[in-house]
Design a protein around this ligand. Structure first.
Ligand code: HEM
Length: 493
């Protein structure tokens, strides 16, 4: 299994040992980039032996374009193929993020097809011109607004003391997503000890343990039996199953069809409704897998984006005051921006974009495997070669960005997708597999930042471990994590 296939012998090798030791020492995507950048900046691809297979890791824009635009040629690897029978595969199952072809179409269009009100996309052509089927055509603005108010109350209680921001942002985004995805209020902001929250967190922590990601077969050895973890998965699944059952019952009443017609149905209700159409059948089990995946894809990513943006604002006071001035000018006395006002927040939108470039919450895309032999330059990838697109590398390569390590929102001034070289800014992926929740996440970020910045000045404590640089850490093979981050919120009014 160590033998290198003939066609990729001439691809430079990336050090397995260095990468694994970086992961075991909790190194984040920045550390991995440090190890691989020499090869990737020069060649755009490298090969890495991992889990008994030679993988291709790439930052090459041509190959990236090919992967995004030819989804049949580069299907995603399902969890059941990459880690069969594992806890993670059992928990997330077959869902919209990891499926392909007709199964994916059924999931994606089952979630999105029937929503028919005016698309929020028209308000954000700059950000979202590439989107094909946004999940949230009418967004539950009241959920964002109410959660922002709750967030301010939590911060008020701490009153100038240092506050751990990463945990706070996770609590916030989990509350938002629970309500939007299936109408369930985790109420994590007010009660972090709530049993559903702790179980949910334990399950995701189990799924992210690096040992099972680096040596997946270990899970099948009796000594490493994960009985306790499986019990936790069963508990959170009980919650999802209960919600599906209750909502299914409400299908029998008029209530659901009213919600569907008014565009106020949550995602689960949409899936249940769509599943009654013979074109989009979806079993209860598949719905549960989608809920589990939505929770991860939707809450963890936005929490990271909000945490890192608060850090850059705290450490770039000039940017913070410029963003605050704009918020006060555009919003007047309001706490929460309307959709139209969000469009006017040009500078804040630039800050958000630059933060997603510098700290992409998804640092590496889930693996693809080519279905046919591919010739790329003077290399030949045999079918089923694992291919990983390194988003962090694309965002940090001087080939694509001037002074890539610098936080500089101005680089997005007058930016548009046509002018910028394609595939250099990919926080939400691209093509037909673009993130379903990008618009949702951007609005959530704007709402929270407006509420926070108009009330508080954010700064970093002088003894912070992040004083010189933000310390990222290993969260998973795709998601960016960071070490605990304390910031100070001082009232401005
Ligand atoms: C800052 C926040 C977010 C980031 C950076 C992000 C990033 C991404 C990326 C890079 C992909 C493409 C994966 C691939 O091509 O393999 C993706 C897909 C996806 N995201 Fe997001 N995401 C965010 C927020 C959300 C939210 C809030 C939701 C749901 C409410 C969501 C749901 C999804 C789903 C369902 C997919 C799969 C789409 C498909 O394959 O059809 N994401 N996301």
């Amino acid at each position: 299994k160590f033998r290198v296939p003939e066609g990729i012998k001439n691809v430079p090798t990336l050090s397995f040992l260095k990468l694994v030791s970086a992961i075991f020492s909790n190194g984040g995507p920045d550390k991995r980039w440090e190890i691989t950048r020499k090869v990737l900046e020069k060649e755009g691809i490298g090969k890495l032996w991992f889990n008994g297979v030679w993988h291709i890791i790439t930052t090459d824009l041509e190959l990236t374009k090919d992967v995004f635009s030819k989804t049949d040629l580069y299907p995603k690897t399902s969890l059941d193929e990459s880690i069969p029978g594992s806890l993670t595969a059992n928990y997330y199952g077959t869902n919209v993020v990891f499926s392909n072809g007709d199964v994916w179409k059924r999931h994606r269009y089952g979630i999105t097809s029937h929503r028919k009100s005016i698309s929020a996309v028209i308000y954000f052509p700059l950000f979202l011109s590439h989107i094909t089927s946004p999940a949230f055509k009418s967004l539950p603005m009241h959920v964002f607004d109410e959660t922002a108010v709750k967030l301010l109350k939590v911060i008020e209680k701490v009153d100038n003391g240092p506050l751990e921001v990463q945990d706070l942002m996770h609590r916030l985004t989990l509350d938002v997503l629970g309500r939007v995805a299936f109408g369930f209020d985790f109420n994590n902001l007010e009660d972090p000890t709530n049993v559903y929250v702790t179980t949910y967190q334990e399950v995701t922590a189990e799924c992210d343990k690096p040992i099972y990601f680096i040596i997946p077969f270990i899970e099948y050895l009796p000594y490493f039996d994960r009985t306790e973890a499986r019990k936790k998965v069963a508990k959170i699944n009980e919650l999802y199953d209960g919600l599906i059952e209750t909502k299914r019952k409400s299908m029998e009443t008029e209530e659901l069809s009213k919600k569907i017609n008014n565009n106020t149905a949550d995602l689960l209700e949409c899936m249940i409704h769509a599943s009654s159409d013979p074109k989009y059948p979806m079993s209860d089990e598949e719905m549960r897998y989608n809920l589990a995946m939505f929770m991860l894809a939707g809450h963890d990513t936005t929490a990271t984006a909000l945490t890192t943006i608060l850090y850059v604002l705290a450490t770039h006071k000039d940017v913070q005051s410029k963003a605050r001035d704009e918020i006060l000018r555009v919003l007047g006395d309001s706490l929460i921006p309307t959709i139209d006002q969000q469009r006017e927040l040009k500078y804040l939108n630039m800050v958000i974009k630059e933060n997603l470039r510098l700290y992409p919450p998804v640092h590496q895309l889930p693996r693809r495997e080519n279905s046919e032999t591919i010739k790329f330059r003077n290399h030949v990838f045999l079918p089923k070669t694992p291919i990983l697109i390194n988003i962090y590398g694309i965002h940090h390569s001087p080939n694509n960005w001037k002074d890539p390590e610098e936080f500089n929102p101005e680089r997005f001034e007058n930016d548009n997708d046509e002018k910028r070289e394609q595939y250099t800014w990919l926080p939400f992926g691209s093509g037909t597999r673009t993130c379903l929740g990008n618009n949702f996440s951007l609005i959530e970020q704007r709402v929270m930042l407006c509420a926070l910045l108009r009330k508080y000045e954010v700064s970093s404590p002088t003894d912070s471990i992040h004083q010189d640089k933000l310390h990222l850490d290993h969260s998973s093979s795709t998601l960016t994590g960071l070490q605990s981050l304390h910031l100070i919120f001082k009232r401005t009014e």
